[in-house]
Design a protein around this ligand. Structure first.
Ligand SMILES: [Zn+2]
Ligand SMILES: [Zn+2]
Length: 296
């Protein structure tokens, strides 16, 4: 007998069992199909919301389990972490020197010390441009994590964190302040309060195209301290966050204003340090490092 449910010895329990199994099978098939569909959708949604968890932030290749901080293995190996640095500004300095770079010898910076995670080489130029000008706001998270890793090894204890402000018009057109997003990320990770201590009151021309002298002039009197924080910053140690340290003009000017307003010390942390005159020193240092790695 093929279908027991139709025979005369009708058994309710058996019929019920068959129905239950059929329904179970349908459910399993549906589940597999919806799961496949869901996975497809999930990838699409994640790609829109969190592309950083899928593709390398530097080269755009799909990430695998060897990725570190949304960076593929190959790009991570190439990252220009700074090692031999100027003890003052944290820029690349090479091997043969007294520990202070020419830029620091020629300038009296208002911050106590500055440090950067990376040298601003082509790899960093590309990712920071994407972050600042390519509307890739989400990059604050992986880039901020690199900064957090550095900060956790830096033996300073700031009371608060702030960032270099953008002029309101610029922030509106960009949609966000890239330095503030990084600063807020670090603030949350280390439970150090974040304040917008200054405002940018003059929409000056970008520093990018200017030489050192013009840069200094260009940032003069463009920032204004928010007087509501007068008692908050009195005698406090402040960590100032920016994306790129180029000549130090911007961070030094902000430090001057904060110190004038009563802060005790300013430390600067940036994602990348411009190579400027140190390009050669950095390339030489990288070359020596690669050579010693190959020899060992
Ligand atoms: Zn990559
Ligand atoms: Zn220096």
């Amino acid at each position: 007998m093929k279908f027991r449910i139709y025979n005369n010895n009708f058994n309710y329990d058996q019929t019920n069992e068959i129905y239950t199994n059929v329904i179970r099978m349908i459910r399993v098939v549906m589940k597999i199909r919806t799961r496949q569909k869901w996975n497809e959708w999930k990838e699409k949604i994640l790609d829109i919301l969190y592309p950083q968890h899928i593709k390398c932030i530097f080269c755009g290749e799909e990430l695998n389990e060897k990725a570190i901080n949304d960076t593929c293995e190959k790009c991570f190996k190439e990252l220009p972490f700074l090692e031999h640095i100027c003890s003052r500004c944290g820029g690349p300095i090479g091997d043969n020197n007294d520990g202070i770079c020419q830029n620091c010898k020629a300038n009296n910076f208002y911050f106590t010390l500055a440090r950067s995670v990376f040298a601003y080489n082509d790899q960093l130029v590309a990712v920071i441009h994407k972050y600042k000008y390519g509307d890739k706001r989400y990059l604050y998270e992986p880039l901020g994590r690199f900064m957090c890793d550095y900060f956790s090894t830096w033996e300073i204890s700031p009371d608060m964190i702030t960032s270099i402000p953008l002029h309101k018009a610029k922030e509106k057109s960009r949609g966000y302040n890239q330095s503030k997003l990084l600063a807020e990320f670090i603030s949350k990770k280390f439970s150090i309060p974040y304040y917008d201590l200054c405002e940018k009151v003059v929409n000056n021309v970008s520093q990018t195209e200017l030489d050192l002298h013009k840069r200094k002039q260009n940032v003069k009197d463009v920032y204004e301290f928010d007087k509501n924080y007068k008692s908050t910053i009195k005698d406090k140690i402040i960590l100032l966050i920016d994306d790129i340290f180029t000549t130090g003009s911007t961070t030094s000017e902000m430090s001057r204003i904060l110190k004038k307003a009563g802060a005790r010390e300013i430390y600067v942390l940036t994602l990348a340090h411009g190579l400027g005159d140190n390009r050669e020193a950095f390339s030489q240092e990288k070359h020596n490092k690669e050579k010693s790695l190959n020899e060992s």
